[in-house]
Design a protein around this ligand. Structure first.
Ligand SMILES: Cc1cc2nc3c(=O)[nH]c(=O)nc-3n(C[C@H](O)[C@H](O)[C@H](O)COP(=O)(O)OP(=O)(O)OC[C@H]3O[C@@H](n4cnc5c(N)ncnc54)[C@H](O)[C@@H]3O)c2cc1C
Length: 772
């Protein structure tokens, strides 16, 4: 939300701010926060990554050199005094502040929730922010990373008094913060360039505790946190979280990336499900949930069950072809060790853990060389990259060659190899080493993520290209197969990106060939009807998308028994028209539903009191193994907007039964009645039909209308003024505009009415559970 900028920053009127090193994960979210708060913000960076560039531009941060008229320059700690741009800054006579000083200034006058400490503050902050967002608890925030879901901004200005921010201790700017709540996730001696001893670091946190006005939360399991001064003033609460803390919790069960925590102590909840694995993430979640409760949010068991995750924090870049690729920011030996242990625990049977590690800073590598040897030992194979200097000059004993020597002498059984050549050398080694069942972890806080993404991208491209090349020679000229086919114009919502592979098979044999080959190659398959209940994410869909649009799939035959055999590709509009022409009654309710038979079967489409499966006798489908089966209606599991048998199979045809017969004119008259009714109650703009299923005994549209959400907008997407359950593409909306608007509507209804609306429209390229 854009609001008017504060009149004064550092005692001066500020309109224009320039950020040096704007691409860093400390600076980029703060630049976005300042832009969202109404300042004119620009910035530059020597090594701006594409995803950061996109998010900055999307939130109004201009990328340009220091402008002529500028009131304030903020610099990242990575910018050294001899940086080429510093001369221009000095010459401009602008006030120069560190990134942390600007955040501290902004936090003045706010109820600051400072998430700080040594390991896991970004994930903990992200969990807290995500929890508050889902609960619609208004709070500004500045994260120190990007969310894994790019549609959620790394900073937001809501106008609330609360500000949740990660506060970094590495450069001393922590001394400028006066939090309402301090959540100190844990303490471990790090940043040895700034803190000569562990005591010096504890002293800094002692002072933060003393300046905190409300509650201080520390980890019950962290020894150094125990050493913090217990000095309190009367208004301050000192609390702990962890197994036996004031906010107590422990892992009760784990399954498929979700762990269930049993909660006790001051928690108002008995249990919480958290989508993040590992003991350390359980502790991060306890800290985040405890803080949310202290802030006054009403938690529920599912608040973190769909936690969207943070980029570079256990991010799964790919899980295809039996190979799981993870990237993680871990750079302190304790972080690296916990990460590798948790990945080892989750390995597939017979799988190996291959780790590509890029140490971060020479000083840290020299200081903790031996600890790194232990931390790396859960891996089966380690490829060691050269140290990422983060602006430091080499320190004796702190290079990757030194770390390799330490590994060889202390853990000779560990297969470690130094790969400090270019990325291609690393990729060739990985291609040779990695096999199905392995997990490959790219670990480090420097530039290792670039290698992780590039190797993943190349692997996917290779697999998709190989797939197309292998099936193409076996397909007839009538079958269409393409790479990177845009999907927006194949849907009624008209948003989103491309299908990595797109095919229109011309026959059953060729459909069979495609699904079998996809199954064999581990390529995901999706079936596209007329795209009238679909929202496509902006990044597109990493899958083979199959559409039955060739005329061969549009059969309409009246059988000797008076039934109708239809192809899955037949448009519902044509089904109605052809049935009317044949004098068959019972299909009129389908008039105006802009899908085809396949989509209507999968969705059990319904209108005007009729349902698709009211008229179905049997469905012919093809499984993902390529087996063709005819399933009678009695054997199918059908519910409101769902047919279970078609969740993982493609409908290719069906036999339908009319209820009776009549003359064409009278069937046509009924169709006209329904058409008129629909025209009066549904919007004309592009949409994906009803976004939410109706809750039991109610109407989603009515709830949205009563909540005053008609006309609500995000970007070019708008809640229809005609029908509250339709989101329309009013003005060149993007996929993320639509998704963000759906989220906004859902959380508003959850908070005002306590009803969790379930999406009806399908989302491709993202998962509703991740983005809502
Ligand atoms: C203006 C408007 C009005 C609408 N009114 C109604 C309404 O009154 N009632 C209603 O129920 N819906 C309505 N819808 C929603 C939509 O039209 C229906 O859900 C329709 O049945 C979807 O068909 P489709 O071919 O477009 O499927 P798509 O949107 O392409 O796909 C929807 C789902 O079906 C799957 N699918 C598609 N084809 C197959 C296949 N052959 N085999 C297996 N799975 C398949 C897809 O994978 C996807 O999961 C409306 C939509 C719009 C835009």
């Amino acid at each position: 939300m854009k609001s008017r900028p504060q009149a004064l920053l550092f005692g001066e009127t500020v309109k224009r701010i320039h950020c040096l090193g704007v691409g860093g994960m400390g600076m980029a979210p703060l630049a976005i926060y300042m832009a969202e708060s109404g300042y004119e913000v620009s910035g530059q960076d020597d090594a701006l990554r594409d995803e950061v560039r996109d998010v900055l531009l999307r939130h109004g941060v201009k990328l340009e050199p220091l402008p002529e008229r500028c009131d304030l320059v903020a610099i990242s700690s990575a910018i050294k005094p001899d940086h080429s741009e510093m001369a221009a800054v000095t010459a401009s006579k602008c006030r120069l502040v560190k990134r942390g000083e600007l955040l501290a200034e902004v936090a003045r006058g706010k109820k600051l929730v400072a998430i700080c400490g040594s390991h896991g503050k970004t994930t903990t902050a992200a969990m807290l922010i995500d929890a508050l967002r889902r609960l619609d608890f208004p709070a500004d925030y500045v994260l120190g990373a990007l969310f894994a879901d790019e549609s959620v901004a790394p900073a937001a200005c809501t106008g609330s008094d609360w500000l949740v921010a990660e506060v970094d201790e590495s450069d001393g700017t922590i001394d400028g913060f006066n939090p309402e709540i301090s959540l100190i996730v844990n303490l471990d001696w790090d940043h040895t360039d700034h803190y000569a001893t562990a005591e010096a670091m504890i002293g800094t946190f002692d002072s933060l505790v003393a300046r905190t006005t409300g509650a201080v939360l520390t980890s019950k399991e962290c020894e150094l946190s125990e050493q913090l001064s217990s000095e309190t003033n009367s208004s301050k609460e000192r609390l702990t979280f962890g197994r036996g803390g004031d906010f107590a919790g422990q892992v009760d069960s784990k399954s498929e990336g979700i762990q269930k925590l049993k909660l006790g102590g001051r928690f108002e909840l008995k249990a919480a499900r958290v989508r993040a694995i590992g003991e350390f993430n359980a502790r991060n979640a306890l800290g985040a949930l405890a803080t949310a409760q202290i802030m006054g949010a009403t938690l529920c068991e599912e608040t973190l069950a769909s936690f969207i995750g943070v980029r570079r924090r256990q991010s799964v870049l790919s899980d295809e072809g039996g190979i799981r690729i993870i990237e993680d920011y871990a750079h302190h030996p304790n972080e690296v060790g916990s990460l590798l242990l948790s990945l080892r625990e989750a390995l597939a049977e017979g799988g190996r853990l291959i780790t590509v590690f890029q140490p971060h800073r020479f000083s840290r590598t020299a200081q903790f060389k031996h600890e790194f040897v232990t931390a790396l030992s859960p891996a089966d194979v380690v490829f060691l990259r050269e140290v990422y200097s983060a602006g430091e000059s080499p320190v004796e004993g702190g290079t990757s060659t030194d770390l390799l020597a330490a590994c060889q002498s202390a853990a000779p059984e560990l297969a470690v190899r130094l790969v400090n050549g270019n990325a291609d050398e690393l990729f060739a080694l990985l291609d040779d080493t990695v096999r199905a069942g392995d997990t490959v972890a790219f670990v480090g806080a420097g530039s290792i993520d670039e290698a992780a993404h590039e190797w993943t991208r190349r692997g996917k491209l290779k697999r998709w290209d190989a797939f197309v090349e292998s099936v193409k020679p076996q397909l007839s000229d009538d079958t269409l197969i393409k790479r990177e086919e845009p999907l927006a114009n194949k849907t009624t919502m008209r948003v989103g990106g491309a299908a990595r592979i797109y095919a229109e098979p011309a026959s059953r044999d060729e459909l069979q060939l495609l699904v079998k080959a996809a199954q064999a190659e581990g390529v995901e398959v999706r079936f596209l009807g007329r795209g009238s209940n679909l929202i496509i994410a902006d990044a597109g869909v990493d899958a083979l998308v199959i559409s039955l649009t060739k005329p061969q799939w549009s059969e309409f035959t009246v059988t000797g028994e008076g039934q109708v055999r239809v192809g899955a590709g037949l448009r519902l509009k044509n089904l109605c028209g052809l049935a009317a022409k044949a004098g068959l009654v019972g299909f009129e309710f389908l008039e105006g539903i802009p899908g085809n038979v396949g989509g209507a079967l999968r969705m059990n489409a319904g209108a005007m009191g009729g349902w698709m499966f009211d008229i179905v006798e049997e469905v012919e489908l093809m499984t993902l193994d390529g087996e063709i089966r005819t399933v009678p209606k009695a054997d199918m599991h059908v519910a409101y907007r769902c047919c279970e048998e078609l969740l993982d199979a493609i409908a290719i045809g069906a036999v339908l039964s009319p209820s009776s017969s009549a003359d064409t004119e009278s069937v046509g008259r009924q169709i006209d009645v329904y058409r008129k009714k629909r025209q009066e109650s549904q919007p004309r703009e592009p949409s994906a039909g009803c976004i939410f299923k109706n809750p039991e005994g109610g109407s989603a549209g009515q709830l949205i209308d009563e909540a005053g959400l008609k006309g609500e907008r995000v970007g070019g997407a708008e809640v229809s003024l005609v029908h509250g359950n339709f989101v329309v593409n009013r003005d060149k909306a993007s996929g993320s505009d639509v998704v963000n608007l759906v989220r906004k509507v859902r959380s508003s209804i959850l908070n005002s009415k306590g009803i969790a609306l379930e999406p009806e429209a399908q989302l491709w390229g993202q998962r509703w559970e991740d983005v809502l």
